[in-house]
Ligand binder design. Structure first.
Ligand code: GAP
Length: 435
């Protein structure tokens, strides 16, 4: 069996393109650097990750509720949150080709990564990562707005609305999934660092006099360790990096960066931060305890995940190459609940109407409960290979015997074992095995 070290980004990117997970953005117009479109299977995978997150942390807990706030907000939000002033990276420019780099990442004593020349770099300038846009028909300063760089602020500014309408009492949390935008100086590494990405964020509010923040922090860290284990993120590739005081973001009192060993190195997968009362205080929002009538500013713990990065970690964890008798089999051993397609249904031969009809009939029944795909292209071996690369846990083949005995062959993705199952029992079989 090929070792996991053999996984390269080239292999992941190539599988994603070949099998319809991720396509280069604007491809027919020559592309747009570092932009990506999610194909049919990538969209299913991403949705399954988001849905499982929502199911676990919103529906699965009685101290959590959900929100879907606007991407474009009043610019005063970003003034209060500190993003207009502080959300910046140091940038330098190559004196030869004028390519821009992040000064804190690039080796300033080395040759330029882009042109290879050694003419040096300019002094660094601070570059604000907010994406600017204009509201209304004129491009006047008064109409400047920003695409949100994090979903979190939508939660803070709705705190009063949420308390008043849901009657939630502290401690409680608000979850949100949505797009965020950052004008990154150096995007790259496929979908790891992009300018348009999705976040899944939780703001967990509590009374700092009643609750111990360290305990809440630990509770969220443990919850996310379990959640990542549940979706098959390789725990051997995870690292928990306690960020030093001097390196903390402008709003944070403590942050743990959860890092993942990607093929391009150990990098941040997501962050867990204790934001104190920074945001609510800046938005001039407080809370009145309904029992004691005490007025105070709640503190907040924030687990903040990038959906695209999580999807990449899931793909890297699942990507497997196995030596078979005469070949190398590439298979995505993705957790079944995340698999884009749960069951693929094949007629053994495409030109035998009685097989096709039976297979279509099975497909039509199964698709009501499971995400299914019907495939009659090429030979069965090729269909298996394709479904293995998509990560489909089960393939069902209708053959001539099926017409006699009312049974089909069910093949397991991971073991490649095949068993005969009665058509009448298929529904139950998949219900039991796809939990
Ligand atoms: N609200 C806190 C916040 O936004 P962050 O560490 O800047 O914190 C949180 O971002 C997560 O969002 C990151 O850990 C990462 O998973 C994801 N993320 C941030 N910038 C990204 C980018 N340019 N491309 C893809 N994902 C990104």
């Amino acid at each position: 069996m090929a070792e996991k070290q053999d996984i390269t980004m080239d292999k992941i990117v190539s599988l994603c393109k070949r099998r319809g997970f991720v396509f280069p953005g604007s491809e027919i117009y020559g592309g747009l650097a570092n932009s990506w479109d999610f194909g049919p299977y990538g969209t299913e995978l991403k949705n399954n990750i988001k849905q499982y997150w929502w199911k676990t942390f919103v529906h699965g807990r009685d101290d959590m509720i959900g929100l879907d706030s606007a991407i474009i907000m009043n610019p005063k939000v970003w003034e209060a949150s500190g993003h207009l002033e502080n959300f910046q990276d140091p940038m330098v420019e190559c004196k030869n080709c004028h390519e821009r780099f992040r000064a804190d990442i690039v080796d300033l004593s080395a040759s330029c990564e882009k042109c290879g020349e050694r003419r040096g770099f300019t002094d660094f300038k601070q570059f604000n990562l907010l994406f600017r846009t204009h509201i209304g028909p004129t491009e006047e300063t008064s109409s400047i707005a920003y695409l949100r760089p994090e979903t979190a602020q939508g939660i803070f500014i709705n705190f009063d609305n949420i308390v008043n309408t849901t009657r939630k009492k502290l401690p409680f949390g608000v979850a949100q999934i949505g797009k965020a935008f950052r004008n990154e100086i150096t995007p790259g590494n496929f979908i790891f660092r992009i300018r348009e990405f999705e976040q899944m964020e939780i703001e967990y509010f509590f009374n700092p006099k009643k609750e111990n923040w360290e305990e809440k922090f630990e509770m969220w860290l443990e919850s996310f360790k379990k959640w990542m284990n549940d979706i098959g993120v390789d725990s051997k590739k995870l690292y928990f990096h306690d960020i030093e005081k001097e390196e903390l973001a402008h709003y944070s009192k403590k942050t743990i960066d959860v890092e993942f060993d990607f093929p391009f190195g150990k990098k941040e997968l997501f962050g867990l931060a204790y934001r104190g009362d920074f945001d609510l205080k800046n938005h001039k929002i407080s809370y009145t305890d309904p029992e004691t009538q005490e007025k105070f500013i709640p503190h907040v713990i924030e687990p903040s995940l990038g959906v695209d990065r999580m999807m990449l970690a899931v793909l890297v964890s699942a990507y497997t190459e196995e030596k078979t008798e005469d070949d190398i089999r590439t298979v995505l051993k993705i957790d079944k609940k995340l698999a884009p397609i749960k069951v693929a249904v094949f007629p053994l031969m495409k030109n035998k109407p009685e097989l096709v009809e039976k297979a279509k009939d099975i497909f039509d029944k199964l698709k009501i409960d499971f995400m299914c795909e019907f495939d009659d292209n090429g030979n069965v071996g090729k269909r298996y290979r394709r479904q293995d690369e998509i990560g489909t846990p089960y393939c069902v083949t209708v053959d001539f015997e099926s017409l006699e005995d009312g049974a089909v062959t069910v093949r397991d993705r991971d073991t490649m074992k095949q068993e005969r199952i009665k058509i009448s029992e298929l529904q139950n079989y998949f219900k039991n095995n796809l939990q």
